[in-house]
Design a protein around this ligand. Structure first.
Ligand code: DGL
Length: 281
């Protein structure tokens, strides 16, 4: 079924920019895109029915992201932003190839944060906090090593952190202790820059900053990705006119109500009436 011409509440009749993530994490990227590109329309898919991605195997992630990519191409997106590090780490090449087959450009995370971190770190001691899928892929290490600067990279897996954030419940001392445990090796390694290697993590930046200390710089993908999207659209002459206010719409494969509640809190924008439950087989 080709739904390319289907429009959704909150969107105009043009082709929207698509973003994909396993849940609410990609909203940290959408947030920056909404600010940098206020005239564009956005269609966000939160694959919350298949959350978490970060503990899935590479093969599972390649299969699932292929299905999700095909679905977004069928919905007629003009550009695809992979707003998920685990998906990028496991399947950036196959997602990009699939989208290119339909003439759609892809923007992925990991590379932009690695570049920022390498350029702002004074000591060259960089930490990466990410899901098991991302750490085991070695994608950050590879990206950092390719930047031509000697760096000491400390990677830490945080198997529970995305789930804690996705649950949306008030943080308690147990959560604080879990996050403290993730920060310990980063403190011991005396990193001066930490890559938040999962798009969920900027949502707990204040907690991480307190546990690591004010001097550690936290690097996340959102701002850099929004700039790449802007350059890509400008390069193809597809930037929306400056006087237009774009729309945004959400697709979720899991529960709608919790997504509306969390998304409204994180984006500080109304989501009611803009979230649609979909099946992505
Ligand atoms: N937000 C995602 C990432 O950047 C995935 C988190 C998860 O589903 O485990 O890795």
């Amino acid at each position: 079924m080709n739904q390319a011409k289907q429009t959704s509440a909150g969107l105009g009749t043009g082709r929207p920019i698509g973003l994909i993530d396993s849940g609410v994490g990609g909203l940290t990227v959408l947030h920056e895109c909404l600010i940098s590109l206020p005239g564009e329309d956005f269609l966000y898919l939160g694959d919350s029915g298949h959350f978490p991605y970060g503990t899935k195997s590479r093969e599972e992630l390649r299969q699932r992201t292929a299905d999700v990519t095909r679905y977004m191409l069928d919905r007629g997106v003009s550009l695809l932003v992979v707003a998920c590090n685990s998906a990028t780490a496991a399947a950036a090449d196959s997602i990009t190839e699939l989208a290119a087959g339909e003439g759609v450009d892809t923007v992925t995370v990991i590379g932009p944060e690695a570049e920022i971190a390498a350029s702002i770190s004074d000591s060259g001691r960089i930490g990466v906090l990410a899901t098991p899928a991302t750490v085991s892929s070695g994608a950050y290490r590879k990206a950092l090593e390719g930047l031509g600067r000697p760096l000491e990279v400390t990677e830490v897996e945080a198997p529970d952190l995305a789930s804690i954030i996705q649950r949306g419940q008030p943080f308690d001392d147990e959560v604080l202790d879990t996050v403290r445990g993730y920060c310990r090796p980063l403190r011991e390694a005396r990193v001066d820059t930490l890559i938040l290697g999962c798009t969920h993590y900027p949502l707990v930046a204040p907690m991480l900053q307190r546990l690591l200390g004010r001097d550690v710089r936290l690097v996340s993908a959102g701002h850099a990705i929004a700039a790449v999207v802007q350059r890509t659209l400008a390069g193809s002459g597809n930037l929306a006119p400056g006087d237009r206010e774009g729309g945004y719409h959400f697709l979720v494969t899991g529960e709608v109500d919790s997504f509306v509640e969390l998304g409204t809190r994180f984006l500080q924008l109304p989501l009611v009436g803009r979230v649609e439950r979909v099946d992505v087989p």
